[in-house]
Design a protein around this ligand. Structure first.
Ligand SMILES: NC(=O)C1=CN([C@@H]2O[C@H](COP(=O)(O)OP(=O)(O)OC[C@H]3O[C@@H](n4cnc5c(N)ncnc54)[C@H](OP(=O)(O)O)[C@@H]3O)[C@@H](O)[C@H]2O)C=CC1
Ligand SMILES: Nc1nc(=O)c2c([nH]1)NC[C@@H]1CN(c3ccc(C(=O)N[C@@H](CCC(=O)O)C(=O)O)cc3)C=[N+]21
Length: 300
């Protein structure tokens, strides 16, 4: 069997198109332009690339983009003061603080200082609690993008066995919550899981969010299963020339695609959907802030 490729890049373009339509209408009917503030502390090159592409896509869908680049040695008080200012700025509907933060800054403290209504990452403890109890929340972008692709491919997810590999607060745990909400039977695997291959082999849906290049092999996969590969790993690619690198996921694409029914590629899978969902969340936050109807099909 050769898996169908789930084209996250194309799906993300469709989502951004829908967001752009809503933004046009918000402007025309209500004179409102959604605004997204992205805060980057330090000079991590990968983060800089990512923040730049977010800013570009924010502007492309017609939103205002506010980028705040702070030096690596920014103090906690300075960062909290900026967040406070963004919390009260009516032109800012979404706030994203790029993670990881430099070691001297307390990530939990910083994230929990964001107004939960503007927390477009869905990382604030209020949003985590709302999601876990089935209430209206801001849903983390990466898991939301994965859910959209799974719903689109399967229709109903009810009763399917889902295995999420990874238990981070930003991907694994919220992904498991969303799958549970869609009535999957959910297993969360992690670095202490015994016989992980056997656990994964029971899954109709595998979501890999580990950060280990090409860890999941085709032999772990139940024939016909759906694989969502969240991993973004940069590895050496001497075949492309000296010093060159390439991106791979947490799944060994070649062997997995032989067995799976469907699989997301890396790049071009989950990554573009994450950014599209960030814009969708900003639109949702803006709609809620103005007491307007929420965009349909763009929330969980
Ligand atoms: N496409 C996108 O938009 C995004 C992609 N990513 C990518 O997704 C991946 C995961 O990110 P993130 O969740 O932040 O990573 P973390 O490092 O926070 O979490 C990794 C998880 O994988 C588990 N793990 C590590 N090694 C193994 C192993 N050998 N077997 C089973 N489980 C293991 C860890 O278990 P334990 O808890 O026991 O240590 C942990 O729960 C990364 O590649 C990251 O770059 C992340 C965010 C967005
Ligand atoms: N507060 C916060 N929120 C995040 O959502 C967040 C974060 N911090 N820190 C870092 C991770 C990582 N992440 C990615 C999003 C998109 C791509 C993406 O678009 N990737 C392209 C490839 C890009 C390339 O070529 O480098 C793709 O997969 O096709 C990658 C990674 C969001 N994260």
């Amino acid at each position: 069997m050769t898996a169908q490729i789930i084209d996250g890049k194309a799906f993300a373009a469709t989502v951004r198109g829908k967001v752009a339509e809503h933004v046009t209408r918000l402007k025309a009917d209500h004179g409102i332009t959604p605004g997204l503030a992205v805060v980057l502390v330090g000079e991590d090159p990968a983060s800089q690339v990512y923040v730049r592409s977010k800013g570009k896509m924010t502007v492309e869908v017609g939103m205002n983009s506010y980028e705040h680049k702070l030096p690596a040695e920014t103090s906690e008080a300075e960062l909290l003061a900026l967040i406070d200012q963004l919390n009260t700025d009516p032109a800012v509907h979404g706030i994203l603080v790029q993670l990881p933060l430099p070691g001297h800054l307390n990530e939990d403290l910083v994230i929990n200082s964001i107004d939960p209504a503007k927390d477009v990452d869905g990382f604030h403890i209020s949003n985590v609690g709302l999601l876990a109890t089935g209430q209206k929340a801001m849903v983390p972008c990466t898991p939301l993008g994965c859910l959209m692709m799974l719903r689109d491919y399967h229709g109903s997810l009810s009763g399917l066995n889902a295995v999420v590999i990874g238990r981070s607060n930003i991907v694994g745990k919220p992904m498991a919550q969303l799958l549970l909400r869609d009535s999957c039977t959910v297993t969360i695997a992690h670095s202490r899981t015994r016989d992980i291959e056997e656990v994964v082999r029971r899954a109709d849906i595998v979501v890999a969010a580990v950060g280990r290049p090409e860890m999941v092999k085709g032999g772990w996969i139940k024939p016909g299963a759906t694989i969502i590969d969240v991993g973004i790993n940069r590895i050496d690619a001497p075949e492309k020339g000296e010093g060159k690198t390439r991106l791979v996921g947490d799944c060994d694409f070649a062997s997995c695609a032989e067995v799976a029914g469907a699989i997301t590629p890396v790049p071009g899978g989950v990554g573009p959907m994450t950014i599209a969902c960030l814009l969708a969340n900003t639109l949702t936050a803006c709609s809620r802030a103005n007491g307007l109807a929420e965009p349909e099909g763009l929330t969980a």
